[in-house]
Design a binder for this molecule. Structure first.
Ligand SMILES: Cc1cc2nc3c(=O)[nH]c(=O)nc-3n(C[C@H](O)[C@H](O)[C@H](O)COP(=O)(O)O)c2cc1C
Length: 166
């Protein structure tokens, strides 16, 4: 069974999770999304970071090319993993895969530290930002800052081992 684990990652969070999954599944191709040359795989696992409740633009473009495959996805996000926001991300990314007749094996996500540049920009926005008060956002960024941690990585490994059956 040929498996591809590929990821889109700007600050390294999603890559970290991807690497852990690749180490666990063994004997699979592990590639940055920009280095994927073909989709000749039995299972394609895609990792993305979240931007505006869905996959980031590079991952979106890549996902759109996958048709009629067995797939799974994972993501890291700045919002709380156990939230209605994260549920919406799952729903939106699921739809991206299903519209091209792929068969979805599962999905996984965890918190990911938010980059200082994003925090800096957000700090400049007003208090009535839709993402909550500045205090609430600072609390969330602080919580995210240590993720993905060892626990996230072991959860990701366990999850993919179970769904891939290796
Ligand atoms: C430009 C930009 C926009 C982002 N927008 C969101 C967002 O809308 N929602 C969210 O939950 N996280 C957002 N984040 C946080 C990232 O999804 C999160 O930090 C993720 O773990 C980054 O993954 P990476 O290290 O693999 O790039 C954003 C990050 C960046 C850089």
């Amino acid at each position: 069974m040929k498996i591809l684990i590929t990821y889109s990652s700007v600050t390294g969070n999603t890559k970290k999770v991807a690497k852990a999954i690749a180490e666990e599944l063994k004997d699979c191709d592990f590639l940055d999304i920009k280095d994927v040359k073909n989709l000749d795989y039995d299972i394609i696992i895609v990792g993305t970071w979240i931007r505006r409740t869905t996959a980031d633009p590079k991952a979106m473009e890549f996902i759109d090319k996958i048709k009629g495959k067995k797939v799974a996805f994972f993501f890291t996000l700045g919002a709380y993993p156990n939230s209605e926001y994260a549920d919406r991300c799952i729903k939106n990314i699921t739809e991206l895969f299903l519209k091209n007749n792929n068969s979805l094996l599962g999905n996984f996500h965890c918190h990911g530290a938010v980059s200082p540049s994003v925090i800096e920009r957000a700090m400049k926005r007003s208090q009535d930002d839709p993402h909550g008060s500045i205090e609430k956002r600072m609390e969330r960024w602080k919580h995210a800052s240590t993720h993905p941690d060892e626990n996230d990585l072991s959860n990701a490994k366990r999850y993919f081992k179970e769904i891939i059956g290796r």
